[in-house]
Design a protein around this ligand. Structure first.
Ligand SMILES: [Fe+2]
Length: 396
């Protein structure tokens, strides 16, 4: 056995896998039907098994017999082209790993408090129903039930002094399907309802099975922001029946902001809230000049450039679930985005927009490793505050 060549072949296999994962991530960012996405994913499933077999058999054991003492000089032009493509994938893997290691929260994040609550412990059992993906939910060390209750304080130059201290509950991607039982979502909602908040925002992917629409009043219906609750839908709602889902959420008093904007006047400052469900539904909202602060609810973070063009101050997104499984050093792997894993979750400052991407609370697949579900209370701090509302000492 030529161990050095074995390592080289393993590297090529990793590069090939990286390329097919990139293909799945990019195609799943498109507004395609479930059936089409399923078929595209099958190509990925076949190729990440077939190509390694080809490399081991075609290069390692036959042809140039690299695993049996053969030489790279015997590779045909076809194999050199094949190896070249895999090497490109390997370089991409190195790039993604370095980017993940170097990633830091922007300076606008001035404080973060976090508490992890094991919902299964609180309920006395894992809140799972028999059915699709039941076994995934029951896997050992699965973090699906360990919910992170975060509080993140952002200081923004563009925040008017009148809005200093404004709190926003950002929740996303609850994916009611039936595998995770209603008690899981009720428990999280009950815990969230204990903490007063100014505004509640939901950024899409509520329903994965229409039979769960009836859960809405007992879950989202428990939450109440001082200035209101606002929502948009996501691609998974689009796969179901978005009109019925939208009506059910509106019925409990939430304001649908999809493709439009609403204005709130708070202490004479106008906060404008818009919603963007593109590329699956509607259009991007048009913000007006009268707004002192622009808040955008946008399911996918892929629309960041459009938000920046609209001078959005704070953009809230979900969709990518943090990848749900994050590998050591490499970070997230699967993220249905035009940018791959770059915006899987986290906080990003791309002037003039601060982007907060939630890892969401659930997903079609109830599986999480190194990527806990999250709910986040955002507190906004102004750089300059009015004399009536001085900064709390010690916070800045
Ligand atoms: Fe989602």
């Amino acid at each position: 056995m030529d161990w050095l060549n074995l390592l080289a072949l393993l590297w090529l296999i990793a590069g090939n896998t990286t390329l097919w994962v990139a293909y799945v991530n990019r195609t799943h960012a498109l507004p395609l039907t479930c059936g089409t996405l399923h078929r595209l994913r099958r190509v990925h499933d076949v190729m990440i098994i077939l190509v390694p077999l080809l490399l081991i058999v075609g290069l390692g054991l036959t042809g140039p017999k690299l695993l049996l003492g053969g030489s790279w000089a015997k590779l045909t032009p076809f194999w050199w082209a094949f190896v070249g493509v895999c090497l490109l994938g390997g370089m991409q893997l190195v790039f993604v790993t370095i980017r993940n290691i170097l990633q830091r929260a922007p300076e606008q994040l001035i404080d973060k408090q976090s508490e992890t609550i094991d919902i299964a412990d609180k309920l006395g059992a894992k809140p799972v129903e028999p059915g699709k993906y039941y076994r995934l939910a029951m896997l050992p060390m699965n973090e699906q039930f360990e919910v992170e209750f975060n509080q993140k304080t952002f200081q923004l130059e563009s925040l008017p002094a009148e809005l200093d201290g404004l709190s926003i509950l950002h929740i996303s991607d609850w994916h009611f399907m039936g595998t995770l039982s209603q008690s899981y979502f009720k428990q999280v909602s009950d815990l969230l309802a204990q903490e007063p908040v100014d505004i509640v925002c939901f950024t899409g992917d509520l329903i994965d099975s229409m039979k769960c629409v009836e859960w809405i009043p007992e879950t989202l219906g428990k939450l109440k922001g001082k200035y209101g609750n606002f929502f948009i839908l996501g691609n998974h709602d689009w796969y179901q029946d978005p009109d019925v889902i939208r009506e059910a959420v509106s019925k409990i008093g939430w304001v649908n902001v999809a493709s439009e904007t609403v204005e709130l006047e708070i202490d004479h400052a106008i906060l404008q809230i818009g919603g963007d469900e593109t590329p699956w539904m509607g259009t991007s909202p048009e913000f007006s000049e009268i707004a002192h602060f622009r808040l955008l609810l946008c399911h996918t973070p892929d629309n960041l450039q459009s938000a920046r063009d609209s001078h959005v101050d704070l953009m809230l997104s979900g969709h990518n679930h943090g990848g749900q499984v994050q590998l050591p050093l490499v970070g997230p792997v699967y993220s249905p985005s035009r940018f791959g894993t770059q915006y899987a979750s986290g906080i990003f400052w791309e002037a003039p927009t601060l982007l907060h991407i939630s890892r969401g609370l659930s997903g079609r697949h109830p599986l999480r490793y190194h990527c806990r579900p999250e709910v986040t209370r955002i507190v906004l701090k102004a750089v300059e505050v009015s004399p009536e509302k001085p900064h709390e000492p010690g916070v800045d």
